[in-house]
Write a protein that binds this ligand. Structure first.
Ligand SMILES: NC(=O)c1ccc[n+]([C@@H]2O[C@H](COP(=O)([O-])OP(=O)(O)OC[C@H]3O[C@@H](n4cnc5c(N)ncnc54)[C@H](O)[C@@H]3O)[C@@H](O)[C@H]2O)c1
Length: 375
């Protein structure tokens, strides 16, 4: 990090300018106005697959320089944090190069295509002592922090069960085309969005000890590209249903489903306890539903996000005005910059994302062997 003025700056190198690249760029731009950061991010360099995409991404997203060579971005002296938003199969080589260069690595989820690859990345990062962070941004929701606090404080008594789901409809049509998301190397609904509900389950209830699952392909083939007549077989799951047992002994179910007709963002859970229950869906991300009581009685009450649920107050002084998806990335980036400056930990880090990846793989193995797999 270079201290060029009264306040230090931190150079950002962004790889990829697609959906997540834009989201990262927006977060790095917004974070200093909303949070008291130890350093101000400078959008130093953007890399993409070609010179043309990189140039247009850099000018649209406000980066100083552009390159079609992500390796030169990583070794550039102006880059302190490498943000990886390229397709999953590129995460490993990009992260390993960034670790070798001693840079802080901010990688999108899933960490990689296999648990072995994710382990290699984690061990390299830990050996080098670099700060790592993985984009499980849904954990940054103040209402998720509230749910965690309520569980820890005993508000719902002893936890008795967990039902979790990440369901969307972006692959619900048989004509939704192939992309890196259907790559047999690390693609599929379970890796793509199941990783989010697994990370959320672990965040709320701790490690998962054992799983069984059924991974299903609903549509046997899809167009090779947008609008193409040619079709190619699908080798990954469209839908996975799993049973899980947490190390605490609590059991539950998890679903990953990108062919969930009618659902746009049902990253949701319901946690039952001996004295109450908590329910949430990202489709209503500013609400936490809480039930207090052990037997029959009044239903759930809705707790609305407001300034008493930090860091909502950083964005807005009034309740009910609502945070959005991109705000979660701003919170994630603010925590990343604080960790980078302190050379401290930034959860969920590579190690945590490795645990998620191992859970994905255990579910795939359980589906293949039609049995239970211990983690
Ligand atoms: N955290 C979340 O909520 C969330 C949401 C969506 C995607 N993601 C993750 O983000 C990553 C990217 O997904 P996306 O939806 O942004 O995809 P995308 O296709 O919109 O963007 C990918 C970008 O990477 C670029 N790219 C491809 N090859 C490259 C190369 N060799 N060098 C440099 N750049 C290259 C593409 O040109 C594109 O700009 C994936 O790992 C995905 O799982 C996370």
């Amino acid at each position: 990090m270079t201290d060029t003025s009264a306040k230090a700056t931190v150079g950002i190198g962004l790889i990829g300018s697609g959906f997540m690249g834009r989201c990262h760029a927006n977060a790095f731009a917004a974070a200093p106005g909303l949070f008291d950061l130890p350093a101000t991010p400078v959008k130093a360099m953007l890399a993409d697959a070609t010179e043309e995409i990189a140039q247009s991404g850099a000018s649209a997203l406000g980066f100083e320089r552009a390159t079609a060579d992500w390796r030169s971005l990583i070794t550039d002296d102006a880059v302190d944090i490498v943000a990886i938003t390229a397709p999953n199969v590129l995460h490993e080589p990009m992260a390993l190069a960034a670790i070798a260069a001693g840079k802080t690595v901010y990688c999108e989820k899933p960490l990689s295509t296999t648990a072995a690859s994710a382990r290699k990345m984690t061990e390299a990062a830990e050996a080098a002592g670099v700060v790592t962070s993985v984009g499980f941004n849904f954990l940054r929701n103040p209402m998720i922090a509230l749910a965690r606090d309520l569980i820890a404080s005993g508000e719902i008594g002893e936890v008795t069960g967990f039902r979790g789901r990440h369901a969307e409809n972006y692959m619900a049509s048989p004509d939704a085309p192939h992309s890196f998301r259907t790559d047999p190397q690390g693609g599929g609904a379970l890796a793509d969005i199941g990783s989010h509900i697994i990370s959320l389950a672990r965040h709320l209830l701790g490690p998962i000890a054992e799983v069984t699952a059924e991974c299903r392909t609903i549509y046997p083939d899809r167009p090779v590209a947008v609008g193409a007549a040619e079709r190619r077989p699908v080798e990954v799951d469209d839908m996975t249903h799993a049973l899980v047992r947490f190390e605490s002994g609590v059991s539950g179910s998890l679903e990953a489903n990108w062919a969930a007709t009618g659902r746009t963002m049902d990253l949701s859970f319901e946690i039952t306890g001996s004295r109450g229950a908590i329910a949430f869906s990202q489709e209503h991300m500013n609400d936490l539903m809480v039930y207090s009581g052990s037997g029959a009685g009044a239903g759930y009450r809705r707790i609305e996000a407001g300034p008493s649920h930090p860091p909502y107050d950083r964005f807005c002084p009034a309740p009910g005005h609502q945070l959005g998806f991109n705000d979660l990335k701003v919170i994630e980036v603010a925590e990343l910059i604080a960790a980078h400056a302190a050379n401290g930990s930034c959860m969920p880090d590579f190690r945590e994302a490795l645990m998620v990846q191992e859970t994905v793989e255990a579910m795939q193995e359980a589906s293949n062997t039609r049995g239970w797999v211990r983690l």
